[in-house]
Design a protein around this ligand. Structure first.
Ligand code: FE2
Length: 379
């Protein structure tokens, strides 16, 4: 028997953002105060922002722009401190994965009193948020088409002080609704869009081969890969093409659905120290080992031909060229050495690559020495 669960009400399509006020009112409760977490930069000067505020004209709004990526415990603590006297009923997060993860965490930790970042760190580790009676709901409006946070029950919060990452997670952290409007992705730098799309390809592929995989996730994963691969390769040449943006947004959403029930595996687990130690963006770091890990996992794959065909490859050896094609057309490298990673650094990556619940979710286990060999191949 196959089991799949996802409770997020989803609105998808160009102009979907205009449904926001109807979505807020959809369960008949009056929402008086909204904590609006947005991406930073010039977002508050955009037409999208003005449209958003129009949708929120009947509520009191606290706007919290987020300028950073990969939110740290200290960033979440700063957000909770800044908003502690604003007794919000709902969080709306508009941005990339970092913004959505902060929004999800702000909903889970709403009203939770933590005087220091160290206290919050303990609360995350002890999952104090799971019994927080003041937790509120949240709505996701993704703008990068990548992380899938809008349909997953977990948020990544980093801890640079201890070189680890935490997952704030639980069924109560699923969004009340996801509003996926490809028009929101049009103004994003194309590099950010492509890298978040690479992240989504990893979500789909890792959902496909995860130890927790199921038939429904695999179907979502295959369709996600079919939508993402050709369209990501064309994105740099034609960044304002709404059809390409729509396909990338759809692929990322389907990938999110796929891995919302499986979690990720080795590629993500290996990427965490690559990002923490060398600052390589998440989607890029995760995708660097994807082709080699597929080869490693080949013997454990269910219906491997279906997976290769979704990529447009004849066999496992063709996957590397497909991904290289995306890197090349996008103008960046998929090799660690091109990001100032010293070869001696590979040992440190190996040492920190074994995140519980991710590496042991890979269909075939890999020992440290074998992983070092694999990293040398992508070095
Ligand atoms: Fe990811």
């Amino acid at each position: 028997m196959e089991r799949f669960y996802n409770p997020v009400e989803t609105y998808f399509g160009t102009g979907a953002m205009e449904q926001l006020s109807a979505v807020i009112d959809s369960d008949g409760e009056t929402v008086e105060k909204v904590l609006l977490i947005t991406r930073g930069g010039d977002f508050s000067n955009t037409a999208d922002y003005r449209k958003l505020m129009q949708q929120l004209q009947h509520t009191v709004v606290f706007v919290y722009p987020v300028e950073i990526s990969n939110p740290d415990v200290t960033d979440l603590h700063a957000l909770l401190q800044a908003t502690r006297d604003f007794d919000y009923n709902l969080v709306i997060a508009v941005g990339g994965g970092s913004v959505l993860d902060l929004g999800k965490s702000a909903a889970g930790f709403k009203g939770y009193q933590c005087e220091s970042a160290d206290g919050l760190r303990e609360a995350i580790v002890s999952r104090a948020y799971s019994s927080n009676s003041q937790a509120c709901s949240w709505i996701a409006l993704p703008t990068t088409a990548g992380t899938g946070s809008e349909v997953t029950p977990w948020a990544t919060i980093w801890d640079r002080k201890n070189d680890v990452k935490y997952s704030v997670e639980g069924k109560n952290l699923f969004a009340k609704a996801a509003i996926i409007d490809p028009l929101l992705t049009l103004s994003l730098p194309v590099r950010t869009s492509i890298i978040s799309g690479l992240d989504a390809i990893c979500h789909a592929t890792e959902a496909y081969w995860s130890r927790n995989t199921n038939e429904i996730s695999r179907q979502f994963a295959l369709q996600a890969i079919r939508s993402l691969v050709p369209n990501l390769a064309s994105l740099r040449e034609d960044p304002h093409n709404v059809e390409i943006r729509t396909q990338v947004a759809l692929g990322s959403f389907l990938a999110g659905l796929a891995f919302s029930n499986t979690r990720t595996t080795a590629c993500h687990s290996i990427s965490y120290p690559i990002t923490l130690l060398y600052g390589i963006e998440h989607g890029l770091a995760a995708s660097m080992t994807l082709a080699k890990m597929m080869k490693w996992n080949e013997e454990a794959l269910i219906d491997p031909e279906k997976l290769f065909r979704a990529f447009g490859a004849a066999d496992v050896d063709g996957i590397g060229s497909v991904l290289d094609g995306i890197y090349e057309k996008s103008g960046f490298s998929g090799r660690l050495r091109d990001y100032a990673v010293p070869q001696e650094g590979l040992r440190m990556i190996v040492e920190k690559a074994y995140t519980k619940g991710r590496m042991d979710n890979n269909p075939r286990s890999i020992e440290q020495e074998e992983l070092h060999e694999l990293l040398l191949e992508v070095y």
